[in-house]
Design a protein around this ligand. Structure first.
Ligand SMILES: Cc1cc2nc3c(=O)[nH]c(=O)nc-3n(C[C@H](O)[C@H](O)[C@H](O)COP(=O)(O)O)c2cc1C
Length: 217
């Protein structure tokens, strides 16, 4: 690491001068609050504001994280689409729980969610798959996600093979591709404030109601 990079990692401190967050600013429904913040991230021009860092648990109880794009966010939870034989899907089949992180760093905000994860129904996956651009549909067939491949040439050969296979016809959804939904049971909204005295609010469901508590930063 260069001296400059070392100094920038160790010593750079951004002061979070944003307006604070009070209990009264929050919606009683955390998904509604998420939509307010997601819209503000979108309006601020942040790249891919629907990116969720999804953490799962592997077979040795070790955590594993990666980014996914949330394609639906409703009162049930956050839906994303992926390969059902990927590492993440194997982990979710065995342990259907996950944690999600939305990191809107330019707005000095993060949202954390935790909960059960379930497969979405075939019709929902079919509908989303049909809305994807054709090259993405072909890629879903061609890429053996999370497996070792020899080189990029092997991947492009697989793409060409599936382009030939579906030439002149619609690309159906592969049986090994579809959606998962993270159903948050706990949420945290975090807003950066000066001197590391940030605002944090946690939502927990208690008998069909969300209880909101402020947490120390
Ligand atoms: C911004 C961003 C968005 C991504 N969105 C998705 C997605 O929606 N679905 C997906 O399968 N992979 C997505 N990926 C790739 C995943 O992070 C990951 O590399 C891939 O799903 C394999 O993960 P796994 O081996 O843990 O299953 C995205 C990556 C980035 C950086």
């Amino acid at each position: 690491m260069s001296e400059q990079e070392r100094a920038s990692i160790r010593d750079r401190r951004l002061q979070y001068e944003t307006a604070g967050l009070e209990l009264g600013d929050l919606s009683i429904d955390p998904m509604e609050q998420w939509h307010v913040w997601h819209s503000e991230a979108f309006d601020a021009g942040l790249a891919e504001p629907n990116t969720m860092i999804l953490s799962t648990v592997d077979f040795q109880s070790h955590p594993d994280s990666r980014a996914v794009l949330v394609r639906d966010a409703d009162h049930f939870g956050f839906t994303f689409f992926t390969n059902y034989v990927s590492a993440k899907s194997h982990q979710l089949e065995a342990r259907p729980v996950g944690a999600g992180l939305f990191a809107w760093l330019d707005l000095h905000r993060q949202v954390r969610v935790r909960g059960a994860v379930e497969r979405v129904g075939d019709r929902e996956s079919d509908a989303y798959f049909a809305s994807r651009p054709r090259p993405s549909q072909v890629a879903a067939w061609a890429s053996p996600q999370s497996e070792v491949i020899r080189d990029r040439h092997e991947l492009m050969e697989l793409v060409a093979e599936h382009e030939r296979r579906f030439a002149g016809e619609p690309v159906p959804r592969p049986p090994h591709w579809g959606g998962w939904r993270l159903l948050p049971e706990e949420w945290e909204f975090w807003q950066g404030r000066p001197s590391r005295l940030h605002d944090r609010f946690r939502y927990r469901r208690v008998e069909d109601q969300w209880q909101i508590h402020r947490l120390a930063p």
